[in-house]
Design a binder for this molecule. Structure first.
Ligand SMILES: Nc1ncnc2c1ncn2[C@@H]1O[C@H](COP(=O)(O)OP(=O)(O)OP(=O)(O)O)[C@@H](O)[C@H]1O
Length: 349
């Protein structure tokens, strides 16, 4: 079974460089939390601090209510799976999976039984005598996972363990790993820079920005209500267009009705930016009303990535992408509509 993890006002520095700045985060027992963010934001450092490989300069870490801030890695009840898998080239699958048990002084009968159980659990039956070079990428990844899980850790720490797998294998492994984590009831903290992977696997996502938490919440929450332009952009709302805020209304193109913003969603009066996803915008018929923001533009380009067409629309000096059911003729004048729930408005940077 998993245990809770609490990170309280944690800071980490390397020499004079401060990398994490007062991170606070609670992970419930059995919860799957993804740490998401671009390269260099501090995800791995946070994971390694929880694992005990990086000493914090301030703050506390607790596991199951116990203070483990200064505990050595092997006393934390946590096991880590690395991006590189870190498998030993000359050690068989069975020996690799049993390694941690041998260190713990288990006898060979008990080790063999546990290794068999792990091979079954990870669908590696019959591969116990193979070396890493004789395995596929997905199998190697499962061996690394088996080595971590064999010691029955309460906390599983995953450092981009799927980034070396090709896209199709990765999709299957995501679901397998999630199902395994749920059936074992283990607490998991997973580092990734892949948004879809975080959305699919996690109960909760923590988005990091330069060593601080930009936002934390369920995938649905973050998707529907990104708290900042940074989060919106990271969660696929990469289109941006300028709007003006008057009172608590956002104004798009002249002649189009303004959008009433909820008080808690409204930036201060003046220039602002609306962020939105290509798949959530629409092309409106002439005169068609919309509860949202409407921009006038022209079709710059149409492309067919499969399924729907993707049109590039020029609005003033900006180009944005919109998914549409049919090809739009280049040069056509269009009204681009962003429905209210899809319009994420933030003060201009
Ligand atoms: N041992 C170290 N010594 C000095 N600086 C370090 C060390 N480890 C990490 N850093 C720095 O800390 C910052 C955060 O690194 P970290 O590996 O945590 O980021 P990340 O979000 O996991 O990125 P990536 O996705 O590229 O792995 C980076 O600027 C990095 O250069």
């Amino acid at each position: 079974m998993g245990t809770s993890v609490e990170v309280d006002d944690l800071s980490v520095s390397f020499g004079r460089t401060s990398v994490l700045h007062g991170i606070s985060l609670s992970v419930a027992a059995g919860e799957f939390v993804a740490l998401l963010g671009p390269s260099g934001c501090g995800k791995t450092t946070l994971l390694r601090a929880i694992a005990g490989f990086v000493p914090p300069s301030a703050g506390r870490i607790r596991a199951g209510g116990q203070d483990i801030t200064r505990a050595p890695p092997e006393k934390r009840g946590a096991a880590m799976v690395f991006q590189s898998y870190a498998l030993w080239p000359h050690m068989t699958v069975a020996k690799t999976i049993g390694y941690g048990l041998k260190l713990r002084g288990w006898n060979s009968g008990r080790i063999d039984a546990k290794v068999e159980e792990m091979l079954r659990l990870l669908r590696l039956e019959g591969l116990g005598a193979r070396l890493p070079a004789q395995l596929s990428g997905g199998q190697r990844q499962r061996v690394a996972l088996g080595r971590a899980l064999a010691v029955d850790p309460a906390i599983l720490l995953l450092d981009e363990p799927m980034s070396n797998l090709d896209a199709r294998v990765r999709e299957g492994v995501r679901h397998e790993l999630r199902a395994l984590q749920q059936s074992l009831g283990i607490t998991a903290i997973h580092v990734t820079h892949d948004r879809e992977e975080a959305m699919i696997m996690a109960d909760r996502i923590v988005i990091l920005q330069e060593g601080r938490i930009a936002q934390a919440g369920t995938p649905e929450d973050l998707w529907a209500r990104p708290a900042s332009a940074y989060v919106a952009d990271f969660l696929g709302a990469t289109n941006r267009l300028p709007v003006r805020i008057q009172g608590s209304q956002a104004e798009a193109s002249p002649g189009e009705a303004p959008l009433d913003l909820a008080a808690d969603r409204s930036p201060p009066p003046g220039p602002a930016t609306v962020h939105f996803r290509p798949e959530e915008a629409r092309i409106l018929a002439a005169g068609e009303p919309l509860d949202g923001l409407v921009f006038r533009g022209t079709v710059a380009l149409s492309a067919y990535p499969g399924g729907r067409w993707r049109a590039s629309i020029r609005v003033g000096r900006d180009d944005v992408l919109v998914d549409v059911p049919d090809r739009l003729p280049e040069g056509a004048a269009v009204r681009l509509g962003i429905p209210s729930p899809a319009a994420h408005v933030f003060a201009a940077p």
